[in-house]
Design a protein around this ligand. Structure first.
Ligand SMILES: Nc1ncnc2c1ncn2[C@@H]1O[C@H](COP(=O)(O)OP(=O)(O)OP(=O)(O)O)[C@@H](O)[C@H]1O
Ligand SMILES: [Mg+2]
Length: 369
């Protein structure tokens, strides 16, 4: 897919922007705090209806007004669409070709993006919560039904936790717990199956890409680490039974502590480079390459699921990669993926590799070519 234009109104520090983006590679140049990340963020928001930087939509609205608008034209395999997203105190309104979408889930995924930003290093180095968020964002983007299941799971989890807290110390009506267990496992199993499937595919692509970037010297493996032991080949009913057994095993502990101790809300991922766990033994550069390989793998994965390549958003990351990795990144993708790059200076970027690039200057919420 191809973003042909983007319009912003009162979005962050953009009062009014109408930008044509006819190029395959787009470079946004400018000093700090001018609006480079804001622009990539806007493209990201157009795809997912929420920001990668904040969960508070209110922050996206420019300080000068009380609503913000992002619109964009996207050429896809089967035609062009005009996307429109309005944020105000009343919430958000989404339109596709002028038609208001009653459900946001019908809007999400109209355009697909993969963003790679410096904070993605946290996927390797950070807490399990960061990795679960990564999984959820990526799976959700290609399978909107996943987010719905996740929401249902979250509700049951919250109710179950409330129940556990309330029954603290006593054995009051624990048959109720069995009811929560069934519901928790029912939704939880669906999430786990999807995660397992996604990680398996991600691993296949990421391993190849990582090997390419490191000239075959590093082998990347990704392991799914659910909160209880399961076998990758087991079917849903077996997984359900294992989940229920685990809940029985941790029951006393849960009542004592007042929280749910098993389920996908405690899942994790582990990355191995040549058999060694990356977040413990990996160098900073190896961790960065791992994060990059994951993001590039996602591009292939989206293509496999959707049938076309997403947009690639590279926020401030090229200068952090050595020439070798930059070249690998650019060469692999400039033929097939429309790319939006931000940087404070071209000197650290291998521009000679950027064929057909549109170079834009960003200053104080204005963009010029
Ligand atoms: N809701 C908002 N309304 C108005 N301005 C905002 C809003 N949110 C953020 N800004 C401003 O937008 C400016 C530009 O932010 P942005 O993150 O896009 O900078 P950048 O060009 O990516 O800089 P850097 O090179 O440091 O990453 C910031 O100075 C910030 O104060
Ligand atoms: Mg920035």
């Amino acid at each position: 897919m191809f973003l042909t234009s983007i319009q912003l109104q009162n979005y962050r520090n953009y009062y009014e922007l109408d930008l044509q983006t006819p190029n395959k590679v787009n470079v946004f140049l400018g000093p700090n705090a001018q609006g480079k990340t804001n622009l990539l963020e806007a493209i990201f928001v157009l795809a997912l209806s929420k920001s990668h930087r904040t969960s508070k939509d209110k922050e996206l609205i420019g300080w000068q007004g009380d609503s913000a608008r992002i619109a964009g034209g996207v050429d896809k395999k089967y035609g062009s669409v005009k996307l429109d997203l309005l944020f105000s105190a009343q919430g958000k309104k989404a339109r596709i070709n002028g038609l208001e979408q009653r459900k946001l889930s019908d809007f999400i995924g109209s355009v697909n993006v993969v963003m790679f930003a410096p904070e993605d290093l946290e996927i390797v180095k950070g807490t399990p919560g960061v990795r679960r968020r990564f999984l959820d964002m990526e799976i959700g983007q290609v399978q909107p039904g996943y987010l719905h299941t996740l929401q249902q799971y979250g509700k049951v989890l919250q109710q179950r936790n409330n129940f556990l807290k309330a029954s603290y110390g006593g054995s009051a009506n624990l048959t109720m717990l069995d009811v929560w267990n069934m519901q928790l496992a029912e939704h939880g199993v669906k999430i786990m199956k999807k995660r397992k499937h996604f990680i398996h595919k991600l691993q296949t692509y990421a391993e190849q890409i990582h090997s390419g970037i490191t000239n075959g010297t590093e082998q990347l493996k990704i392991d799914y680490r659910p909160s209880f032991d399961t076998d990758a080949l087991q079917d849903e009913s077996v997984l359900f039974d294992q989940f229920m057994i685990k809940l029985t095993q941790v029951k006393d502990q849960e009542i004592r502590r007042g929280v749910t101790l098993a389920g996908p809300h405690r899942d994790d991922l582990a990355f191995f480079i040549n058999g060694k766990e990356a977040h413990i033994f990996g160098s900073q550069g190896q961790q960065r390459t791992t994060a990059l390989s994951l993001k590039l793998a996602e591009i292939e994965l989206i293509n496999e699921e959707i049938g076309e390549y997403p947009l690639l958003l590279l926020d401030d990351v090229l200068s952090e990669l050595d020439q070798n990795r930059q070249t690998q990144l650019i060469e692999t993708f400039q033929s097939k993926v429309q790319t939006f790059i931000t940087t404070t200076g071209l000197e650290s970027v291998n521009v000679s590799r950027l064929q057909d690039a549109g170079i834009y200057h960003v200053q104080g919420g204005r963009v010029t070519r």
